[in-house]
Write a protein that binds this ligand. Structure first.
Ligand code: DGL
Length: 270
């Protein structure tokens, strides 16, 4: 039996645990405004940042396999640093379409810093990954890279996208987790190594007492998607996208304004 041919105008499938991947989708929509897309959120598995590697490297490929079978996308974008730093290779080995991952922006941060001290905020699972050690050794060996796991920022971003005010104490705790480390007061560049965190960048900047340059992977990923699909004839007009969740549809109700803003009006449960 041969696999179904993948249509060139097939959708792009974005994947995260919750709304974090919207920080990537936002940049992709700027470059490819009429590309059809599916946004998949594993709310039933959230938060990934507090889970063990073994569990995630089984769960993520299984879930993506089901999603690819259902939606037949032409490409999967893992819009989650935790999932990408743990499961990108295994996902690529089981899917036969291109898979773009999201990994901490250590290389650009290393080029941007003037003080040579870079902060990295991610989930606890991300900051302990050998993948991050390799990025640090390859691109920031002559810099200081201070890491801090700030899982509460995931909740802060989700709260904000429900139209509520995030708990600013959790933002201050994340910032203090970096600045209280040795050389922390010299940080001038912060890598947002969780896709949820750019959604609370404004709040993070307010909590730092000085100006910080923030960097995340979203623009680079959007450019990569555009490059990989440069031969695709996208439709003339945009169509609203699908938001599919492993959680319940009721859970999505408080996010309706955000979903509307991204054109995610077709809500489905997996
Ligand atoms: N947005 C995910 C990331 O980039 C993390 C969210 C979670 O912990 O579930 O790592």
């Amino acid at each position: 039996m041969t696999a179904d041919p993948v249509k060139k105008t097939a959708p792009l499938l974005f994947f995260d645990t919750g709304m974090g991947g919207l920080s990537i989708l936002r940049e992709a929509q700027k470059l490819l405004p009429t590309a059809p897309f599916i946004y998949a959120a594993d709310y039933a598995g959230m938060p990934y940042g507090m889970k063990a590697e073994e569990e995630l490297s089984t769960r993520i490929p299984l879930l993506l396999g089901r999603l690819v079978e259902r939606y037949k996308p032409q490409m999967v974008i893992i819009a989650c640093n935790t999932a990408s730093t743990i499961a990108l290779d295994v996902v690529r080995s089981v899917l036969d379409i291109p898979v773009v991952g999201t990994v901490p922006a250590v290389k650009p941060a290393s080029q941007m810093t003037k003080t040579g001290v870079i902060g990295l905020l991610g989930t606890q699972a991300t900051i302990r990954q050998p993948y991050v050690d390799r990025l640090a050794a390859e691109f920031a060996a002559d810099k200081k890279l201070l890491r801090f796991g700030a899982p509460e920022l995931v909740d802060a971003a989700e709260t904000k996208l429900r139209g509520e005010i995030p708990d600013l104490k959790t933002i201050d705790t994340a910032v203090a987790g970096l600045t209280a480390q040795e050389h922390g007061d010299e940080i001038d560049t912060v890598i947002l190594a969780c896709t949820h965190f750019p959604l609370v960048q404004e709040e993070l900047q307010k909590s730092f007492v000085r100006d910080i340059q923030f960097i995340d992977g979203s623009q680079g990923i959007a450019r990569r998607i555009a490059y990989l699909t440069s031969n695709v004839m996208w439709p003339k007009f945009p169509k609203n996208g699908v938001f599919v969740t492993t959680g319940t549809l009721d859970q999505l109700f408080p996010y309706r304004a955000t979903l509307q803003e991204f054109g995610l009006t077709n809500l489905e449960a997996l």
